[in-house]
Design a protein around this ligand. Structure first.
Ligand SMILES: Nc1ncnc2c1ncn2[C@@H]1O[C@H](COP(=O)(O)OP(=O)(O)O)[C@@H](O)[C@H]1O
Ligand SMILES: [Mg+2]
Length: 153
């Protein structure tokens, strides 16, 4: 871990805005973990991230499908929700490994459900409830991740 930032997010609009800011410093090949209890705003943050890339439609939570793809001109974004992921052997069968490549940006909710099979993230985000708002902790694990976190301060 080379950089750590923490913020209070007073309401949903602040979660969306932070997502938008992060998006402008992400590049194809990067991957972000999104941890935190149900209802802490992981999917809301992904909606903000996608808005940052110009996507304006509805963002479905991939709770049942496990992954939702978004196609852009020169890259893909994959939004995973592994809450219902059963075990590590399901990983090889799913073909998900190929989704993590130099032409894609991956956002992964509930990465802990995949055990040790996931690659290391550039940034690991942890959201938690705080009174009526949310608290967010962002940690970088690569130079690209650190550059992103430093750029949004
Ligand atoms: N900073 C915030 N303060 C208060 N409520 C928020 C905040 N960010 C998101 N929410 C709300 O939290 C609820 C759950 O969000 P969601 O993104 O579905 O959570 P998760 O994906 O972690 O289960 C939504 O109603 C959303 O509007
Ligand atoms: Mg969610």
């Amino acid at each position: 871990m080379i950089f750590d930032s923490k913020y209070d997010l007073k309401d949903e609009s602040e979660t969306l805005l932070l997502g938008k800011k992060i998006a402008s410093h992400l590049h194809p090949g990067m991957m972000i973990y999104l941890k935190g209890d149900l209802g802490t705003g992981k999917t809301t943050l992904v909606r903000g991230l996608l808005r940052g890339f110009g996507y304006q439609d509805k963002v479905k939570s991939p709770t049942y499908t496990l992954v939702e793809p978004y196609s852009f001109n020169t890259f893909m974004i994959y939004h995973f929700d592994l809450y219902r992921f059963k075990n590590e052997s399901e990983w090889d069968d799913s073909g998900f490994r190929e989704y993590f490549n130099k032409n894609s940006i991956c956002f992964v909710e509930w990465p802990e459900k995949a055990g040790d099979v996931l690659p290391k993230p550039d940034i690991a985000i942890e959201l938690s409830h705080q009174n009526i708002g949310r608290y967010i902790d962002l940690k970088s694990y690569t130079p690209q991740g650190a550059a992103c976190l430093k750029a949004i301060i």
